[in-house]
Design a protein around this ligand. Structure first.
Ligand SMILES: [Zn+2]
Length: 502
């Protein structure tokens, strides 16, 4: 008999409500997640988005759904073409190179393999077909140059995902006026290639698709016209996902294209928005190499997916102490299981019997937290409660290995591995390995990740000037080197000392 699926609630951006999940086909679930554009290494924001969809996927499978999960790679795009000029490789080679690099990072993060990973360039016939359908249904038009635009005026539902009227959207997006567009919000479905750019033949011109159409084409091609869940970072709500709805519903004439839209929030770095201009972009690979997958996953998943995640020392400390508690209890449970069982005293046996039934209760409650729009912190809090109880019973029973205490140890390990580890991807490893990692991190403590604030830099510059005045050049040098380790370079001039990022 098929497993009974629990009642699950998810927050739907479309309705702005937490809703009960009812899939199109009972027992089956189709999910599409917008993956990265492969023109560089992925950063921590991309990693969070991918880990969130990995969490959804692992949880839905565990809950008993037969899941089809499709994640794409955007492998033709303006940024890829730009990088290809810089790196002196073809656009196809750039995409191939970075796709492999992203795969390496995802493997380091122990990401579960989706049912299908798709690329744009392997779906050109489906994309062209879909654009033709949109044209046939009179939702798009072709310019003299062969560029195909979606006409948003032909689609009265436009704005339903971002909850904006089209005139508001025009103000927000400040789109440059293109005289060939009938409405400034009309967006490209197909565009002619510039000389030297990659192109595909089409009925309209030799060119390539606009960005949005790929996800519509790939999701309908592999999962049908209507899917259950579509996920992405919240920056994709508008225009990307709004446009996906318009295109798909215009092509298939079926509503809704997606039943539940799930979006995860951003990652900030030390309370600042991550951006290239500030120079605080953290690469996923650096985080994964430095901390390993368990700590990285704890840091990125323990904060609710719809809350902004601040990557900071506190976030790291929280992960280190959380994992330490989990693996400390696991190590003790394993130690207990490795001991030879002795004849118990009855009082301790009843304490352990109580613990086993508590862990059954905890299993159910952890499941309830995940079923409530992925309340990971609720699930973790319940795990820590159980660990506290385990430690209490363990000390009361003087760590004696008895038939009942060994059942208790097994129950705890089962919660850590099956209920926590299988969904969040941490808690399932060997304690000795994790302890070693935690120890190494404590030693390194990564000062160069903690970028000092402007005020702190000014203060350091002042202290250095003081040190130089009092001829303490050793101290002045130490301050300069300390800043350099944090990527701050000082420049002395007759007017004083200025600084810049390395
Ligand atoms: Zn997409």
């Amino acid at each position: 008999m098929a497993k009974e699926i629990p009642e699950i609630k998810v927050y739907n951006t479309l309705t702005r409500k937490k809703e009960r999940l009812v899939t199109n086909v009972p027992g089956k679930l189709t999910m599409y997640s917008c993956g990265p554009t492969v023109y560089s290494f992925v950063h921590i924001g991309n990693l969070r988005a991918s880990l969130v969809s990995d969490l959804f996927y692992r949880y839905f499978k565990k809950a008993g759904y037969d899941v089809i999960y499709v994640r794409n790679y955007t492998d033709v795009d303006d940024k890829i073409i730009e990088t290809s000029k810089k790196e002196n490789l073809s656009a196809a080679d750039i995409a191939k190179k970075y796709l492999l690099e992203v795969e390496k990072d995802f493997a380091l993060a122990d990401m579960a393999e989706p049912t299908l990973k798709t690329t744009v360039t392997s779906h050109m016939p489906q994309i062209i077909n879909m654009i033709q359908k949109i044209l046939d249904n009179k939702h798009a038009y072709v310019t003299d140059e062969g560029e195909v635009f979606f006409s948003i005026e032909s689609f009265p539902d436009y704005g339903k995902l971002s909850h904006k009227k089209t005139d508001e959207l025009q103000v927000i997006t400040r789109i440059e006026v293109n005289p060939k567009k009938k409405n400034p919000l009309d967006f490209t479905l197909w565009k002619p290639a510039k000389p030297g750019e990659p192109f595909w033949e089409s009925p309209w011109c030799n060119g390539r698709p606009g960005w949005h159409i790929e996800c519509s084409a790939m999701s309908t091609c592999h999962m049908g016209d209507q899917i259950d869940i579509h996920h992405g970072g919240e920056d994709l709500v508008f225009p990307h996902h709004e446009n996906e709805i318009a295109q798909t519903e215009a092509a298939t004439q079926k509503k809704p294209f997606v039943k539940y839209w799930l979006h995860n929030a951003f990652v900030n770095i030390y309370k600042e928005k991550m951006s290239k201009s500030i120079g605080n972009v953290l690469l996923a690979r650096n985080i994964l190499n430095q901390y390993g997958k368990e700590i990285t996953r704890f840091m990125l998943l323990s904060v609710h997916y719809r809350a902004v995640l601040d990557f900071s020392d506190e976030n790291l400390e929280h992960a280190l102490s959380g994992l330490h508690r989990i693996y400390d209890a696991k190590a003790k449970a394993k130690e207990l299981l490795d001991k030879k069982s002795i004849i118990p005293d009855l009082r301790a046996e009843s304490l352990w019997g109580e613990f086993v039934s508590q862990s059954e209760k905890a299993k159910k409650e952890i499941g309830d937290h995940f079923a409530n729009d992925f309340n990971v912190s609720g699930a973790l809090a319940r795990v820590f409660d159980l660990i506290r109880e385990f430690n209490r019973v363990l000390s009361k029973s003087l760590m004696q290995a008895t038939p009942a205490s060994q059942l208790g140890a097994q129950a705890l390990i089962a919660v850590l591995e099956d209920d926590l580890g299988s969904v969040l991807g941490f808690g399932g490893d060997e304690p000795s390995k994790i302890f070693k990692q935690l120890e190494q991190i404590k030693i390194a403590k990564t000062p160069n990740l903690a970028r000092p604030t402007d005020a702190e830099i000014k203060l350091a510059i002042k202290a250095r000037a003081q040190a130089r005045l009092s001829k303490n050049f050793q101290e002045a040098d130490r301050i300069r080197k300390d800043l350099e380790a944090k990527s701050i370079i000082l420049k002395d001039s007759p007017k004083g000392t200025t600084w810049e990022y390395k």
